[in-house]
Design a protein around this ligand. Structure first.
Ligand code: B3K
Ligand code: ZN
Length: 879
């Protein structure tokens, strides 16, 4: 397949103004009658006679007519990817096309498919072409009217985008229909329908201008009570978008449907969001606090798309971050304001480092706005989403809250109803601030994580300090030479007493107080009024998605952990301190005494923080979660040996737990759970702290630790505690291991969501038996290879969540994944291609593992039938 290039973008030759769809739902023969009003695009540059080319895949064409007259070949032609009408009329015309699709056979979950008996659809990025022939590109905006027809018995609920217009039962009473009209022009990727026997949780919301909106969440019968949290999150999101960004909802209804088979988390279809049920359903007994948090943020994310994505959409798929990066930024802000801002920041940065940084360092590296792709679905990445959000946040850091809001207001006003580009977006901020964003644009066009190598010198006599920042951008993937990027570097200098110094900037540019402008390969700053040797606090609150290195002693890190007024940087110092201690153990000649001394010093610093009454539980929990094996592995970018890192990690954590034994006991006792479950941030923080203490204590591996762990499980009264204990116990050789795993299974085997936790817990276990267990679980009656949640819970958890066993020295983990990827690819290319991503860092492995991973990748590459999705990923990896 040929790559698609941003440089080749052309406006469409034709536009479609209105779409009338009549869809008769049937499990194997769903008939779609589509009436399109089409005209030449006055903006199109080409003057020659343009054939009309409509996209279409896996469609059975029944009939086609133009202006009411049946077309016969050769007036039209069809092939595997679409339909061509060689010479359509010059004047606007109507095209009527009837196609048939098979929802039951649709395992790729693109277009219309069946999920546990519910008809649903997924169109982004290019699934609409699996429903009917169309100009399936985001810059063609049309008004849709949809008539849905189905059996009353199997699909009493019929939903589509927009507002309901009519519904009736057909003669005979067996079939019925509903008509929906969406007044807002939209691209085809936002189209959606649902038909099924679903239960409704309903409510209403009154917008700030007083319009009443009917809200509905549709779920499996009997699960209505588990949708309240999602409903609450939805209402809070709607209010928040009004107050923070002035954005009001624009239809009479807003519906969400939860389905069990879904390729990703959720989809923002206009007025009809479709969700993976994992991200809607929650109760104290069945969902963890993390799930509650995810539901809140994904419900918000999809809702926020109504303005950033739907009202203003992308001109082409290269501009994906225009809606995704911006909407992630918005949902992160929402979560920060609903919970603790610092903890939210820590969570978001952890996520960025765990997912985006490795992506950007390996063969899959690409800019936030890529300029070439083979399969667009491969570009729904951490770079486009999470780094894209960081880029938006930097704009806010540069402009300040008010100017940023002014830029957003201008964006909404100027581009409402349009399909636009990143240039259009950034121009709004340039226009409200008179700043020049041309260098800043490199964040969108250059891939890779900039490295800032910093050096700070202090002149006691002159009471001055000098900071030199060297910026390096490693070459990646086709781009050898990169230009320096504009980095907002937030900084403070901590004085002897730990307070921020009131220094002056005498050389170098300050964007705003405390934020330096890094503009060149080498940027120098001179600070005055520096009265004692300062400890630098750099990249405060993670002001840019970069790596910073500066020489700091262990004592400096401990000092920062005690004093930094930026709590994010306190956590950062703690994290760095622990990771670095573990890394020194790797190369140590006599590791035993070193473990003891490193752990003692670190534990003392940590204890100080844990005893600080001014810090809340959720934050302390973040401190207690020491960097994971995967986190430490990332600090080492070459010759990574996961077994060695695992050992060092265990030795260090165990020693820290020993030193902190009394403190951890206190914490564990103080946070004990007598109260009724509530998902609020404070209660969740208390549970998080207690579970983090439990994890660390378990690292000692003494009998009493295993007893405590078992008791924690048996006494748990909510899923947060139960799942936490389950994962821990599945990871160790505790006497109660088998019986706890069995107990959890018996308790939850009838709940298709909770049982995923049972699969994951076993797949993530660092025990040597895990791969055999995972292979056996693949044949378990509750495992289903066609259900993405199951694949992610078992195979995904093993490949992405078990660094030790996936990276077995014998390569068996790689072989297993390669084999599964091939099996999944035949059914669902998007899910298969995601799984392949587990190999993204294989080049930084030590040589033996690297070769074995490469051999496994080659086997995938050699397969005769490989989807475009997997083909693109595997070729980039082997390039
Ligand atoms: N826009 C969808 C993702 C679609 C993925 C297509 N492969 C969900 C979201 O980001 O909100
Ligand atoms: Zn999104």
């Amino acid at each position: 397949p040929k790559p698609v290039l941003l440089a080749d973008y052309r406006a469409p030759e034709y536009l479609i103004d209105t779409v009338n769809l009549d869809i008769a739902l049937d499990p194997t023969k769903t008939r779609v009658v589509s009436k399109l009003s089409i005209r030449r695009n006055p903006q199109s540059k080409s003057t020659a006679k343009a054939p009309l080319r409509l996209d279409g895949e896996l469609l059975h064409l029944e009939s086609i007519s133009l202006n009411g007259k049946k077309l016969r070949r050769p007036a039209y032609a069809i092939d595997d990817t679409g339909l061509t009408i060689a010479s359509p009329p010059k004047e606007p015309f109507t095209l009527e096309v009837t196609t048939v699709v098979n929802p039951e056979k649709n395992t790729a979950l693109q277009g219309i498919y069946l999920s546990r008996g519910v008809y649903c659809s997924q169109c982004e990025a290019q699934g609409f072409r699996r429903i009917t022939y169309f100009l399936d590109r985001p810059d063609v905006l049309a008004r849709y009217t949809v008539r849905l027809e189905a059996d009353v018995a199997t699909a009493p609920v019929l939903l589509a985008n927009g507002n309901p217009v009519a519904r009736a039962t057909l003669p005979g009473r067996k079939r019925h229909y509903a008509v929906w009209h969406d007044p807002h022009p939209k691209p085809s990727y936002l189209f959606a329908i649902v038909g099924g026997d679903l239960a409704l949780l309903d409510s209403t919301f009154t917008t700030k201008s007083g319009r009443k909106v009917d809200l509905g969440i549709y779920v499996e019968h009997g699960k209505e009570a588990r949708a309240h949290w999602a409903m609450d999150s939805l209402k809070r999101s709607m209010r928040w978008d009004e107050t923070r960004f002035g954005r009001e909802y624009d239809l009479d209804v807003f519906n969400i449907v939860a389905v069990s088979d879904f390729n990703m988390g959720a989809m923002e279809n206009k007025g009809l969001n479709i969700f993976n049920d994992r991200l809607i359903l929650a109760s104290a007994e069945t969902a963890t606090d993390t799930t509650y948090e995810s539901i809140e943020s994904v419900v918000a994310h999809e809702y926020f798309h109504n303005w950033t994505g739907n009202r203003i959409t992308c001109r082409d798929w290269f501009q994906l971050c225009l809606k995704e990066g911006l909407t992630v930024y918005r949902d992160q802000e929402f979560s920060a304001e609903s919970r603790s801002r610092t903890v939210q920041r820590i969570t978001d940065v952890r996520q960025l480092r765990a997912l985006q940084f490795p992506e950007d360092q390996g063969p899959l590296s690409h800019p936030v706005r890529p300029d070439t792709y083979i399969e667009i679905n491969n570009f729904y990445t951490a770079t486009v989403y999470e780094k894209g959000a960081e880029v938006v946040r930097m704009i806010e850091t540069i402009l300040g809250r008010e100017k940023f809001r002014a830029g957003m207001d201008l964006y909404f006003e100027r581009h409402d109803g349009q399909a636009v580009t990143i240039e259009d977006f950034v121009a709004c901020f340039a226009d409200v601030s008179d700043l020049d964003f041309s260098q800043f644009m490199r964040w969108y066009t250059q891939s890779g994580t900039p490295e800032l190598v910093c050096d700070l010198t202090f002149d006691r006599r002159k009471k001055a300090a000098e900071l030199t920042v060297h910026q390096t951008l490693k070459p990646s993937h086709g781009k050898a030479k990169k230009q320096p990027q504009f980095v907002p570097l937030a900084i403070a200098l901590l004085g002897e007493n730990g307070n921020e110094m009131d220094f002056t900037v005498e050389e170098g540019k300050e964007i705003r107080p405390g934020v330096l402008a890094i503009t060149d390969r080498t940027t120098k700053f001179r600070f005055g009024n520096v009265t004692s040797r300062p400890v630098p606090s750099l990249l405060r609150n993670f002001s840019a998605p970069v790596n910073v290195t500066i020489a700091l002693s262990d004592d400096d890190l401990a000092f920062t952990m005690h004093h930094d007024s930026d709590l994010f940087n306190r956590w950062q110092a703690s994290n760095k301190y622990a990771a670095r201690s573990i890394l020194t153990l790797l190369d140590a000649k006599r590791p035993k005494p070193l473990v003891a001394s490193k752990a003692a010093k670190f534990a003392a610093a940590l204890e100080h923080a844990l005893r600080n009454p001014d810090l809340d539980d959720a934050y302390k929990a973040e401190l207690l979660k020491l960097p994971s094996v995967a986190d430490v592995s990332r600090e080492k970018s070459v010759r990574v040996d996961h077994a060695a890192i695992f050992e060092a990690h265990r030795a260090f954590s165990g020693a820290v737990a020993e030193k902190l034994a009394d403190t951890l006991d206190d914490v564990y006792a103080r946070t004990s759970n007598g109260r009724k479950f509530s998902p609020d941030a404070k209660s969740a923080g208390r549970r998080a702290l207690r579970n983090a203490a439990l994890s660390l204590m378990t690292m000692r591996g003494m009998d009493e630790d295993y007893t405590r762990l078992e008791t924690h499980y048996r006494k748990s009264s909510n899923m947060t505690d139960a799942a936490h204990a389950l994962v821990l116990i599945a990871g160790v050789d505790a006497p109660a291991r088998e019986s706890v795993i069995q107990h959890f299974f018996e308790r939850w085997k009838d709940d298709h969501l909770v049982i995923d936790t049972w699969f994951s817990a076993q797949a993530q276990s660092p025990r040597a038996e895990t791969l055999d267990d995972v292979k056996a679980l693949c044949t378990h009656p509750l495992f289903k290879i066609t259900t993405p949640n199951k694949v992610r819970a078992l195979i995904g958890a093993f490949a992405m969540g078990n660094p030790l066993q996936f990276n077995r020295a014998d390569g068996a983990g790689y072989d297993f994944l390669a084999e599964k990827v091939l099996a999944i690819d035949a059914l669902n290319p998007q899910v298969a291609s995601r799984m392949l991503g587990a190999f993204r860092s294989y080049r930084s492995l030590e040589p033996k593992r690297k070769n074995r991973a490469k051999a496994a990748l080659k086997r995938v590459a050699d397969a005769t039938h490989l989807s475009r999705d997997c083909r693109e990923i595997v070729s980039r990896m082997l390039e």
